[in-house]
Design a protein around this ligand. Structure first.
Ligand code: GLU
Length: 289
């Protein structure tokens, strides 16, 4: 079977050179290997995603000379599939609702930090400090019926008790030069959010469900998602999904060495195109000349 690749942008802004690099790497890998290239629109967050950005993604990728298979999968059309996966994790007793607001979480962390540093995840965010896991079934029910907002969290300690020797095959490189068979440490992320009351899925859950449903065999994406792969591998094992191989690539940075943002004008593909830069020059700019 030919390998399957995907480029999976979120339509919450315009594409920049970093996206161009990732999309071109996927496109080139698919061409080199006789593989297929899929495009997936990661638009689960309706408050941040806009159809005009989605349209712009198609235009910018086509301008770069990238061709992808249709139909394009739009995550917002597949909430039922994510819900089914969530239900399977719930049936394993691995999901619980947590009702703290962001402000309450910040207060809890501040209180814990009075006794010393509170652990942070690989992205630098403090781990969930609450104890909603130990709420009684009646209390959960009462809060849900009262209409309180909540996040559905993975009980990481219970989930990690299941698969032994969790690893992935890294064809690219991690931040510390990790490659080959890499140990996955999902516990570093604490009780991650799998869904919210108002968005019945999350990045982690939908990416894992989609990669499996679409038969993606090699995931080519930025370094910033290297450590998140541990959570993805855990969910794949818990849900009985196949393990793709991963190729994390370095991020394109600005002159000051910062990660590019969707609002930085000097590196936006639209701005570069308007300034007369040709697609071949974009390849040169990201080092794929
Ligand atoms: N949608 C994610 C982003 O735009 C990428 C997800 C992935 O490649 O796993 O950063």
């Amino acid at each position: 079977m030919p390998p399957v690749f995907r480029f999976a942008p979120s339509p919450n802004g315009h594409l920049h050179l970093g996206h161009a690099y990732s999309a071109l790497l996927n496109f080139d890998r698919a061409r080199e290997t006789g593989g297929r290239l899929l495009l997936r629109i990661e638009d689960i967050d309706a408050t941040r995603c806009r159809t005009e950005y989605e349209t712009a993604i198609y235009e910018d990728l086509a301008w770069l000379g990238i061709a992808w298979e249709t139909p394009v999968r739009r995550q917002s059309e597949h909430f039922g599939e994510y819900r089914a996966a969530l239900d399977r994790l719930s049936a394993l007793g691995l999901v619980y609702p947590a009702f703290e607001s962001r402000a309450e979480i910040a207060r809890l962390i501040a209180a814990r930090e009075a006794d010393g540093p509170w652990p942070r995840d690989p992205d630098g965010a403090p781990l969930y400090p609450g104890d909603a896991r130990s709420l009684s079934a009646e209390e959960r029910e009462r809060l849900i019926v009262s209409g309180a907002p909540y996040a559905l969290r993975l009980d990481m300690a219970a989930a990690c008790g299941r698969p032994a020797g969790l690893t992935w095959n890294e064809l690219g490189e991690g931040g510390d030069g990790e490659r080959g068979i890499v140990p996955a440490r999902p516990e570093a992320w604490g009780d991650v959010i799998l869904a919210r009351k108002e968005i019945p899925t999350s990045y982690h859950l939908s990416v894992v469900v989609d990669d499996a449903l679409q038969g993606v065999s090699e995931i080519v994406r930025g370094h910033d998602l290297f450590y998140a792969t541990a959570v993805h591998r855990l969910l794949q094992v818990l849900l009985g999904l196949p393990a793709p191989v991963y190729r994390h690539h370095p991020l394109i940075r600005d002159e000051a060495g910062r990660k590019l943002s969707k609002s930085s004008r000097s590196t936006g593909l639209r701005e570069l195109r308007a300034a007369g830069v040709a697609p071949a020059a974009i390849r040169q700019l990201v080092g794929l000349g």
